[in-house]
Design a protein around this ligand. Structure first.
Ligand SMILES: [Zn+2]
Length: 602
């Protein structure tokens, strides 16, 4: 059905195999080179098609969507081809005779094949069908409040601000209704995803996703639990603080032991930061005077001040950086992203920059991705390894640069700080911790452990919801408002469970990593307080960052982290960052009952 012109390439690869059987390194290199050329071409077409789909949206015109689908299919058919799988596996059997760089590339070829192995074409076809239907059911669900259709944005807004517990309960319960429709699909995907990657020799789908980190599932889970044990004392303080704070907010005399899920300002309790409002600095008023172009140029000048090159002219020519002009007959995706078009010099960004604080931070974040791309697009890094050191690294770097650009001395240094403004450091830290710290038990605990159980332990379908709430209580200290039977499937209400499976720990790792790198830069490179740094103009920061970025995916990420920061991945720097808050919370919580165990049960 999906015949596309990759046959010639495959034939060439096979012919090479037959002709030189003596030198495994040379033989494998020749195969990887051929594979690379084809993949570069196919992924360029995917990028071109996707770019058009995102930058030029005309209602009713499906040309771009078709082109995009065709390009993705061509890519999938090639990378998942039986011939490629067999060849990569054959070479990997002789891995001790190959250079580490070649082994990494062959492993990547196999990993890429895992999304779509044509060796089990029927299973793949069925999986894609179920996945597509599942996403349609999830996004197409008609949520209703008081008999009226509402969006998930409406539900979120209500949970962030409404003080009536009955309304909150109704909204929260409605947000979980969609799960009922998703349970059968999830059970099918559980089986099909496992079967797909087992055909390639992975133990299960979780094992497959973790393999991208060069780790076993056990190692990854251990690492996540170490992070969670480290932050547990602070989490316990925040949990206690929130129970009392929320009981008061909703006028409840009794403070519950565990937090009822519908009390929190998020459907999954993954972000509690809306609980605190900080009268922060008003960057917007300063930025209003600027042109949008100024923001992008300013972000570039930051990277140049660290010793990086200017952005190439093609970036300016080909990027799509500003909102669609008024009256245009097309729309664009306004969500910011950074693109590595040809896995070489063609880098672009899609943004809709207007002069405000959000976009100021976003320009610094997105250019972080762009400079990462540029740093590893060198002859030293094979094209297949032009990627982050792991799936979490790219986001960690971008977010760190965004965070750096928001710190007061940085803002003052570039003349943006509104005169006479004061910020409350403790309230700022509290709000930040309700995002950073609160997110970890959810991501590294609940999501990671649930998906591990789902795929590696074949969690039975009639235990999905029981398992889910067992984990939510254990890691987050949150309980459902009333018992949730197996007619529900509350896990499946989270998008990623359906369409981005078994890699949610990426987000946890990226948070931890960004704090670890920032803390190291602040203390050991700049010798500044991590709460008040100014990276701008520091060639030392540039010198520190360059080798990390330039390595791309050629090195083991754990080795790279250790080399850069002198430590393994660790939440200790994040804890140090929030240290001033711990004393404040302990004082606030004096005389209050703690209901989470001092020593966590994991
Ligand atoms: Zn990003």
């Amino acid at each position: 059905m999906r015949k596309i012109p990759t046959a010639a390439v495959l034939l060439t690869a096979t012919a090479l195999l037959a002709s030189c059987a003596k030198n495994p390194e040379k033989e494998a290199q020749a195969y990887v080179d051929t594979y690379t050329r084809e993949v570069q071409k196919l992924s360029l077409e995917v990028s071109e098609a996707e770019w058009a789909s995102n930058t030029h949206i005309v209602e009713g015109d499906t040309t771009n969507a078709h082109r995009s689908k065709a390009a993705k299919e061509a890519y999938a058919v090639f990378t998942g081809n039986a011939e490629n799988i067999a060849t990569a596996r054959k070479f990997l059997e002789k891995r001790d005779k190959l250079s580490p760089l070649l082994v990494r590339q062959l492993e990547l070829i196999l990993y890429e094949a895992g999304s779509n192995p044509q060796t089990v074409a029927d299973i793949v076809k069925r999986r894609i069908k179920v996945e597509t239907e599942q996403v349609e059911k999830l996004y197409g669900f008609d949520f209703k409040l008081d008999g009226k259709s509402v969006s998930t944005n409406d539900i979120d807004e209500l949970l962030r601000s409404d003080l009536h517990l009955d309304k909150r309960l109704a909204a929260w319960e409605e947000s979980k209704e969609v799960g009922k429709n998703l349970k059968d699909g999830l059970a099918e995907m559980q089986t099909l995803r496992n079967q797909t990657v087992q055909a390639l020799g992975y133990k299960d789908y979780f094992d497959y996703q973790v393999s991208d980190y060069g780790m076993t599932s056990a190692e990854l889970r251990d690492q996540m639990k170490t992070v969670l044990r480290d932050i547990w004392p602070l989490y316990r303080e925040l949990h206690t603080w929130a129970r009392y704070e929320l009981a008061q907010r909703y006028g409840q005399k009794e403070v519950p032991d565990m937090i009822p899920a519908h009390w929190l300002p998020n459907r999954w309790g993954q972000d509690w930061s809306p609980l605190v409002t900080v009268a922060g600095l008003d960057l917007d008023s300063k930025l209003k005077e600027k042109q949008p172009e100024w923001l992008v140029k300013q972000a570039e000048s930051f990277y140049v001040s660290l010793g990086f090159d200017s952005l190439p002219q093609t970036f300016w020519d080909k990027s799509d950086l500003y909102p669609v002009p008024e009256g245009a007959n097309y729309k664009k995706n306004n969500h910011a992203s950074a693109w590595h078009f040809d896995l070489d010099k063609d880098v672009r960004s899609l943004m809709s920059v207007i002069p405000n604080a959000d976009w100021y931070e976003t320009t610094h974040h997105e250019l972080g991705h762009i400079y990462y791309y540029m740093s590893y697009s060198t002859p030293e890094v094979p094209i297949l390894l032009r990627r982050g050191a792991n799936r979490a690294f790219h986001e960690a770097i971008g977010s760190m640069m965004g965070l750096a650009a928001m710190q007061q001395p940085f803002i003052e240094g570039i003349g943006l700080f509104p005169e006479g403004q004061q910020t409350d450091q403790i309230q700022t830290l509290l709000k930040e911790s309700l995002n950073y710290i609160i997110f970890l038990p959810w991501s590294a605990g609940v999501m990671t452990e649930f998906e591990y159980s789902l795929y590696a332990e074949n969690l039975p379908k009639d235990q999905y919801n029981a398992k889910w709430w067992e984990l939510v209580q254990k890691y987050q200290g949150i309980v459902p408002p009333s018992p949730r039977g197996e007619e529900y499937c509350d896990a499946a209400t989270k998008t990623h469970i359906n369409d981005d499976a078994a890699q949610y720990y990426d987000y946890a790792i990226s948070y931890v990593l960004l704090m670890q790198l920032h803390d190291h830069i602040a203390r050991n490179v700049l010798h500044q307080d991590p709460h008040a740094t100014n990276y701008y103009g520091s060639k030392e920061v540039g010198t520190f960052l360059k080798p990390i970025l330039a390595a791309g995916g050629t090195r083991d990420w754990r080795e790279l982290t250790r080399e850069a920061t002198g430590a393994d991945l660790s939440a200790q720097p994040m804890l140090r960052y929030f240290e001033p808050l711990t004393a404040y919370l302990q004082q606030q919580n004096q005389g209050r009952t703690y209901t989470l165990p001092e020593n966590p049960a994991f």
